[in-house]
Design a protein around this ligand. Structure first.
Ligand SMILES: Nc1nc2c(ncn2[C@@H]2O[C@H](COP(=O)(O)OP(=O)(O)OP(=O)(O)O)[C@@H](O)[C@H]2O)c(=O)[nH]1
Ligand SMILES: [Zn+2]
Length: 198
């Protein structure tokens, strides 16, 4: 996988003004963005979030997951520090795509958990590929991060891309009665670190 840098612009948000950098992956035709604030290329560790697209949670206010709340918390944390980077990767549905995620939700409505639903559809539990990050990190000259995530696989994935993860910062937010099973499955089957969640 390889991403080509295309263009940057300003992006004013509720949490202040970010710089938005667009990348294109010619192999998959996916378009990815990175929002940065401050000087992220100075060699100092960067407060960072690698966020996987979740149309339902990020844009449509879904309570089935914690994605929208994590996205907002990450932007807020970056703006409070005045420096950081949010990688918005188009890996909808842990890489299976939106329509397959809807099929997985239907199976979950009938009792399956998120992992069982993916397996019933013939997919692995998590099909995300993080190698797309490498050209983005290189372009932005980010060499070390303080990563906001509960997912140890993301820490390992960044290290595989040659970036030092000097700290993992837990991101426990957005728990509600509708996503209790989903969060429990993440902790029980997908290795997410959910200690202290409450
Ligand atoms: N296949 C599938 N994907 C889902 C489901 N619910 C959320 N997702 C996707 O999962 C991705 C988010 O991954 P999560 O496992 O919630 O969290 P994470 O990104 O691994 O870890 P954090 O950094 O801690 O947020 C997004 O791409 C969502 O669209 C589901 O039930 N099935
Ligand atoms: Zn989500």
């Amino acid at each position: 996988m390889t991403a080509r840098y295309v263009e940057s612009s300003r992006l004013p948000t509720d949490w202040g003004e970010f710089d938005m950098h667009g990348f294109e992956d010619a192999e998959t035709n996916k378009e990815h963005v990175v929002l940065t604030m401050g000087n992220v290329g100075d060699g100092e560790p960067v407060l960072a979030r690698v966020h996987s697209e979740c149309l339902t949670g990020d844009a449509l206010f879904s309570m089935r997951c914690d994605c929208g709340s994590q996205l907002q918390a990450a932007l807020k944390a970056i703006s409070e520090e005045g420096r950081g980077a949010l990688f918005y990767l188009r890996q909808e549905g842990r890489g299976i795509g939106l329509l397959n995620k809807i099929k997985a939700y239907k199976l979950q409505d009938a009792g399956a958990d998120t992992v069982e639903a993916n397996e019933q559809l013939g997919f692995g539990a998590d099909m995300r590929d993080y190698s797309i990050l490498r050209p983005m990190l290189e372009h932005l000259q980010i060499k070390a991060v303080r990563l906001m995530t509960n997912n140890p696989r993301k820490v390992a994935a960044l290290e595989e891309q040659g970036v030092e993860v000097v700290e993992r910062i837990a991101l426990h937010t957005g728990a509600n009665p509708h996503n209790e099973k989903y969060l429990n499955t993440k902790a029980g089957k997908l290795g997410h670190m959910m200690e202290g969640r409450g």
